[in-house]
Design a protein around this ligand. Structure first.
Ligand SMILES: NC(=O)c1ccc[n+]([C@@H]2O[C@H](COP(=O)([O-])OP(=O)(O)OC[C@H]3O[C@@H](n4cnc5c(N)ncnc54)[C@H](OP(=O)(O)O)[C@@H]3O)[C@@H](O)[C@H]2O)c1
Length: 325
């Protein structure tokens, strides 16, 4: 099946299963969990007995409202903690990672869900902000928390309970032909307003996530943690708030309920070793949902190039953060 027919089939005929597996004793971080898919995923984790759920948000009062809503619907209090995290600021990412590494006794799930879709070109940390938030800060945070996740793995030594590092990606990764990488200067090109086609910026950011997970996962050779990526399908949320009319209309016609989409996020924290470096769609490992470009020779070359370019960017922010790769 081609991309369009696979997408339509999933949206119209597939309902991801309701999560039932217990997260008892586990500490879970969900970024961007004040609203949308992140909020509903956090609600599932609390309902499924997680010991601690960190609501990692840029707007703390919105996070407090999310916590209250979760406590009311699940009847479980003192499980959620609201922590500030603004992915548009590298200082905020580093402060959050330091706090998590020192204050949490373990990290079983890092669900990197926060993201934005916008056609307005604005800078954050000298990069176009979609790339800063969806790509650079997302991987910076995961890499900074990796030692804590490995420490958690060492405590348990239970292969069925390996810590999961999950990036929420999107089928939209197939909607760009990604010319920027061909010049070998991807991040500079993406931060050049004159060269930027913002109508495909969100898909480009999601394609970058996919390429980087595929390149990075095999480098995590100690097998202590699982790095995967999950596509919730097109869902109702606030994601279209800065995007165009067409995305809004598509959601109206085809969108999943937010809770239904969030099941895919929870599923990615359950699936096993086979999901390492893999794409999860409808809650199941499903590399056949990757775009033709990603699995082509060009895609493999692109993933090598963008990872080596991202490494340089990350090393400029936190020297040594990629040293082990
Ligand atoms: N909805 C879909 O159809 C769909 C499909 C495929 C993939 N996804 C992915 O799912 C994830 C969640 O999206 P959603 O649909 O739930 O959208 P949403 O309702 O707009 O939620 C996005 C979350 O990300 C947070 N966020 C944005 N910029 C941030 C920043 N600088 N620092 C920290 N947090 C930030 C938002 O916080 P604020 O509320 O403070 O802005 C919000 O909590 C995204 O990664 C998106 O790409 C969504």
């Amino acid at each position: 099946m081609g991309f369009l027919s696979t997408f339509l089939y999933s949206q119209l005929f597939v309902t991801p299963p309701y999560p039932v597996k217990s997260f008892a004793g586990q500490t879970v971080i969900v970024t961007g969990s004040n609203t949308g898919l992140g909020l509903e995923a956090a609600r599932h984790f609390v309902r499924l007995d997680a010991e601690k759920v960190i609501i990692a948000v840029r707007n703390v009062s919105a996070g407090q409202r999310a916590k209250q809503s979760i406590e009311e619907s699940t009847g479980r209090e003192n499980v959620c903690e609201v922590w500030e995290l603004d992915l548009a600021s590298y200082a905020s990412v580093q402060a959050f990672a330091k706090r998590a590494s020192t204050e949490l006794s373990r990290i079983d799930v890092l669900l990197e869900n926060a993201g934005l879709a916008t056609e307005q070109f604005k800078f954050a940390e000298n990069q176009e902000r979609t790339i800063t938030v969806n790509v650079i800060s997302t991987f910076l945070l995961g890499l900074l928390l990796l030692p804590k996740m490995e420490e958690t793995a060492d405590k348990d030594k239970n292969p069925t309970k390996k810590p999961r590092w999950t990036i929420v990606c999107s089928g939209a990764h197939a909607l760009t032909n990604f010319p920027e990488y061909k010049e070998g200067n991807t991040f500079a090109n993406l931060s050049n307003k004159e060269k930027s086609d913002m109508t495909v910026r969100y898909p480009t950011s999601k394609l970058l996530e996919v390429l980087i997970v595929r390149e990075l996962a095999p480098k995590i050779t100690n097998s202590k943690i699982i790095l995967n990526m999950t596509d919730p399908g097109l869902c109702h949320s606030e994601l279209a708030r800065e995007a165009g009319f067409s995305l809004w209309l598509m959601k109206l016609l085809l969108g999943r309920k937010t809770e239904v989409g969030s099941r895919c996020l929870v599923a990615s924290a359950v699936v096993g070793d086979e999901s390492h470096g893999a794409y999860i769609s409808n809650g199941e490992v499903s590399n056949q949902h990757l775009s033709a470009f990603v699995i082509s020779d060009g895609g493999r070359k692109a993933q090598e190039n963008v990872w080596s370019e991202l490494k340089e960017v990350l090393e400029n922010i936190v020297p040594g953060v990629t040293a082990w790769t």
